[in-house]
Design a protein around this ligand. Structure first.
Ligand SMILES: Nc1ncnc2c1ncn2[C@@H]1O[C@H](COP(=O)(O)OP(=O)(O)OP(=O)(O)O)[C@@H](O)[C@H]1O
Ligand SMILES: [Mg+2]
Length: 217
């Protein structure tokens, strides 16, 4: 099973719903170690993405991802807009003109997006950033691709890795962004941006599983 452009649109549209629902939780996390705007940033950004998606719904995956990235970049202030924007723009470049994505393609675009974020944010492993979840997700998908796992199973494995990685951000001391100003006081809190990465991947897994269930029936 592959990821189609239609599923990509469904995924990003659903992300807008999820970020509307999770806005307060994300804000709460960011209030503990940041400035309390992460929920609003993600909600506002993905609302704009959802508004833009119908105009590119019949285009290829690269255009859908690039439009998402440009929209996040231009509509979200702070660190996370440019960072998530970069993720989607780099992912779009890696998607090139592919009409659909195999698991190997998905692993490749997520790896490209992750590398783009890490480069832009100068994030290192253990800095307590969204990259601390992006890296394990891209690694898990790449391993699953070499094992030829079905896409839905690979995404389930990636979610397990993402959940563990998100929990692992709790004892980390932040070394990037506003949270780093807290020094040791940033220890003991889950990273908001990393939480958003899990939400996005979880949403993708749900979209893929729903379509693989309906294709079986
Ligand atoms: N240099 C960085 N590299 C990667 N991710 C980062 C970096 N700085 C911050 N982040 C991520 O951004 C999240 C905060 O996003 P938010 O929407 O609150 O923007 P912000 O308030 O401008 O960020 P910050 O206060 O961290 O600079 C963090 O939880 C972290 O995951
Ligand atoms: Mg913030």
């Amino acid at each position: 099973m592959n990821l189609s452009s239609q599923q990509t649109v469904q995924w990003l549209t659903k992300c807008a719903e999820i970020f509307a629902r999770e806005q307060d939780n994300l804000t709460e996390l960011d209030r503990a170690i940041g400035d309390g705007d992460h929920g609003l940033n993600m909600h506002r950004g993905f609302q704009k993405v959802a508004e833009k998606l119908p105009s590119v719904a019949d285009k290829n995956i690269a255009i859908i991802l690039k439009t998402t990235g440009m929209t996040l970049l231009s509509s979200v202030g702070g660190a996370s807009g440019p960072l998530f924007g970069t993720f989607f723009i780099k992912a779009a470049q890696a998607a090139a003109d592919k009409p659909y994505l195999t698991l190997a393609d998905l692993a490749e675009i997520i790896t490209a997006g992750t590398e783009g974020v890490a480069m832009r944010g100068k994030a290192e492993p253990g800095d307590k950033t969204m990259c601390d979840v992006w890296w394990p997700v891209s690694e898990s998908l790449s391993i699953s691709a070499t094992q030829n796992l079905p896409l839905d199973q690979a995404l389930k494995e990636a979610i397990i890795a993402a959940r563990l990685a998100l929990e692992a951000t709790v004892p980390m001391q932040a070394r990037k962004g506003r949270a780093s100003y807290l020094g040791e006081r940033s220890i003991g809190h889950q990273d908001p941006g990393a939480t958003s990465v899990l939400l996005m991947m979880d949403t993708l897994q749900q979209i893929v599983s729903a379509s693989s269930a309906s294709s079986v029936n």
